[in-house]
Ligand binder design. Structure first.
Ligand code: KPL
Length: 317
């Protein structure tokens, strides 16, 4: 008899574990692993260490219920059975993490990138050898309590959509949307990713530079800077044929500031822990697109330079 996962994913996908591979076992990678496992989709994990083994993972959901699951860890030699590779590493790690996989990856596998910011999809565009690519963004919150232990901290929206090449089969799409709570398929996906980019541009660097919670940005002191940052995003997006409504975007940014008031942004956390930030895929991406259109973005440039200085200090520590 075929498993639930097989029937959800479509008959051509076979029956074995390993058809869905999650590349990156950070907080979001582990969260997606638990969500897909709970829906019998039998994902396996590919961690940076590249070790092939079995590992016990602990997950606490939003209701405080804790569950343990056994995860099968694979290395890149086991990618031949893969039909869907979900890439959950940081934007600046995508190219390096994917490169060694592409030789062994099933030629019909579909790749889904799930990270903050934009840019890696352009670097990968010519390297996929006809494979399909989807992109996504998630505002789900997950906290890593130990290497293999996470707690879900927020039930934010996840948006996924097609980017290039063959589309993800409809049954696979539906299976993903069922498994990932509060998720939606968006066509086209780029405007959604630009909206998320705008939110990250307005919030993340300011919180990291000023060492503050997201909620502190509601202070009038930051308003003129936030408005200028968003204004520049809207201008560049428009040159990219992505129409963004400035008033709605400002409202959305302040909503996110209020909803996540007591959180530290991911960029603040990266600086705090002395890690490289995602600035190149956030403000850096905007600056590169602006430059290609000959558009000046002085506020974003100033914030980018300040953040880079803070990052240099933090990574050195
Ligand atoms: O996505 C975020 C991040 O921290 O990266 C926001 C929305 C700003 C929430 O903190």
């Amino acid at each position: 008899m075929k498993s639930a996962a097989t029937s959800l994913l479509g008959d051509s996908l076979g029956e074995s574990q390993g058809e869905i591979v999650i590349l990156g076992a950070g907080a979001i990678g582990q969260l997606i692993f638990h969500q897909l496992s709970a829906h019998d989709l039998m994902p396996v994990l590919m961690a940076r260490e590249g070790l092939a083994a079995s590992q016990s993972l602990t997950f606490t959901d939003l209701n405080g219920v804790t569950i343990e699951r056994e995860a099968h860890l694979i290395d890149s030699s086991a990618l031949n059975a893969c039909k869907l590779l979900i890439v959950c590493v940081k934007a600046y790690q995508v190219e390096d993490a994917l490169q060694p996989c592409l030789d062994n990856l099933n030629p019909h596998a579909h790749i889904l990138l799930l990270h903050n910011g934009l840019g890696p999809h352009q670097q990968l565009a010519d390297k996929l050898n006809g494979r399909g690519l989807s992109l996504g963004t998630t505002s789900q919150g997950a906290l890593r309590l130990a290497k293999w232990q996470i707690r879900q901290t927020g039930a934010g929206l996840t948006q996924l959509g097609h980017a290039q090449g063959p589309a993800l089969p409809a049954a696979t799409r539906q299976a993903l949307l069922r498994a990932i709570a509060n998720s939606q398929w968006c066509e086209p996906i780029l405007p959604m990713l630009w909206q998320k980019l705008a939110i990250n541009i307005a919030i993340n660097p300011l919180t990291a530079i000023n060492d503050c919670h997201n909620g502190d940005l509601a202070d009038e002191h930051y308003r003129s800077s936030i408005l200028r940052l968003i204004d520049e995003v809207v201008t560049v997006a428009s040159a990219e044929q992505i129409p963004l409504d400035k008033t709605e975007l400002i409202e959305r940014v302040y909503q996110v500031i209020a909803l996540t008031a007591s959180n530290y942004s991911s960029m603040h956390q990266d600086i705090h822990h002395g890690r490289q930030t995602e600035i190149e895929a956030i403000t850096g991406y905007l600056l590169r697109r602006a430059e290609s259109h000959g558009i000046a973005t002085p506020e974003n440039l100033a914030i980018y330079q300040q953040l880079k200085a803070v990052e240099r200090q933090a990574v050195k520590r």
